[in-house]
Design a protein around this ligand. Structure first.
Ligand code: 3PG
Ligand code: MG
Length: 390
């Protein structure tokens, strides 16, 4: 990948694909991590005299405009953090966007409306990609978090623009996550989060490449079920249980440690703080759901992580947005912050937990990519990275 630093930018219109897919609550950005992580790229481009057109998706608006997914609140937060004005344009392609692009001055920054307001984005439609490419002379991709999506703004536009490069965040992400492809050993992977589907390839790869695999969150329920134990009313995607079984067998065959929670904090629902209690792995009651990992599990995880030299973490250990079920995720965040190992965390919710616990700066790397970091670990590359190489 070429670096943005190698491209002449002065006076040129730069299409900067960013991942501003950030959480919005009551019309305001509630976690600005992804915006802040992209600021060095935007500043460097503006200072080099580029005319910067930032473009992002937000949520899943299904290919047509939907005010709920407007990037307008993001433009406000972006301008504040950047400390310069940011012009906001109601559409990312077509006459209005073209007019705005033509009127940009050197060093000015603009944010285009949600790319997914056009159906062509997710379909990587060639006409839509051409409409985006028509806005610029140079293409830079800084949207690591979206680089696993073969969408028009990620793979279609760079095919049409001859001068293309990676932004500073993209470079940093690829450099840091590449360290996990040949990790200092022992290497531990900690996986949590609600779902197991979508993480299948990563699980298979990590079952081979990691020395220790620790599983928590909703993902663990599938392994508990695969062992033939009851999971009560816990979150479970029945179709994924055979995969959990496959991973258990794979780890056994490869002589890998696969650590499941030995205890869970259960309740009637995520709102049932009062009813929270700790039970052993084989004792999840029929009318309860596993909502966090228990204290024994955390002790066991701490022991297993002690000798480890590299740790990758994706996905919370419980429903951490509902205390007291946040305890496992918070404790794990503290544990990794205190570790001397190379520590990398990826994924919206686990990153949010690390940021909320105030320990983000004590991690080796906090990735802005969730699905992207998992897929990068499994494949060693991503569609968005390949598009910059071609
Ligand atoms: C993310 O938040 O995972 C990225 O921005 C990609 O978004 P998507 O999962 O909606 O494609
Ligand atoms: Mg996602």
């Amino acid at each position: 990948m070429k670096s943005m630093r190698e491209l002449p930018l002065a006076g040129r219109r730069l299409f900067l694909r960013v991942d501003f897919n950030v959480p919005i609550a009551e019309g305001r950005v509630s976690d600005t991590t992804r915006i802040r992580e992209t600021l060095p790229t935007v500043r460097a481009a503006a200072e080099a005299g580029a005319r910067v057109l930032c473009a992002s998706h937000l949520g899943k608006p299904k290919g047509k405009p939907d005010p709920k997914y407007s990037l307008a609140p993001v433009a406000v937060a972006f301008a504040q953090l950047l400390g310069r004005p940011v012009r906001f344009v109601d559409d990312c392609a077509g006459p209005e966007a073209e007019r705005a692009a033509r009127s940009l001055q050197d060093g000015e920054v603009l944010l285009l409306e949600n790319l997914r307001f056009h159906a062509g984005e997710e379909k990587n439609d060639p006409e839509f990609a051409a409409a985006l490419a028509a806005l610029c002379e140079v293409y830079v991709d800084d949207a690591f978090g979206a680089a696993h999506r073969a969408h028009a703004s990620v793979v279609g536009v760079p095919r049409l623009v001859s001068e293309k490069a990676a932004g500073l965040l993209m470079e940093k992400e690829v450099r840091e996550l590449s360290r996990l492809l040949e990790p200092e050993r022992p290497f531990a992977a900690i996986l949590g989060g609600a779902k197991i589907s979508g993480k299948i390839e990563t699980l298979r790869v990590l079952a081979r490449s990691a020395d220790v695999l620790l599983v928590g969150g909703g993902m663990a329920n599938h392994f508990v079920k695969a062992l033939g134990l009851p999971v009560g009313r816990s979150l479970l995607d029945a179709e994924s249980v055979p995969l959990a079984r496959e991973i258990l067998e794979l780890c056994k065959k490869e002589g890998k440690t696969l650590a499941l929670p030995s205890d869970f904090v259960v309740g009637k629902s995520p709102q049932d703080a009062e009813g929270a209690r700790t039970v052993g792995i084989s004792k999840i009651p029929d009318d309860a759901m596993a909502l966090d990992v228990g204290p024994k599990t955390l002790e066991q995880f701490e022991r297993l992580l002690d000798p480890v030299r590299t740790i990758f973490w994706n996905g919370p250990m419980g429903v951490f947005e509902h205390p007291p079920f946040d305890r496992g995720t918070r404790t794990l965040a503290m544990l990794l912050a205190d570790s001397d190992a190379v520590t990398v965390v990826g994924g919206g919710e686990s990153v949010a937990a690390v940021v909320q616990a105030g320990v983000a700066d004590r991690f080796t790397h906090v990735s802005t990519g969730g699905g992207a970091s998992l897929e990068f670990l499994a494949e060693g590359t991503l569609p968005g990275i390949e598009a910059l190489e071609g």
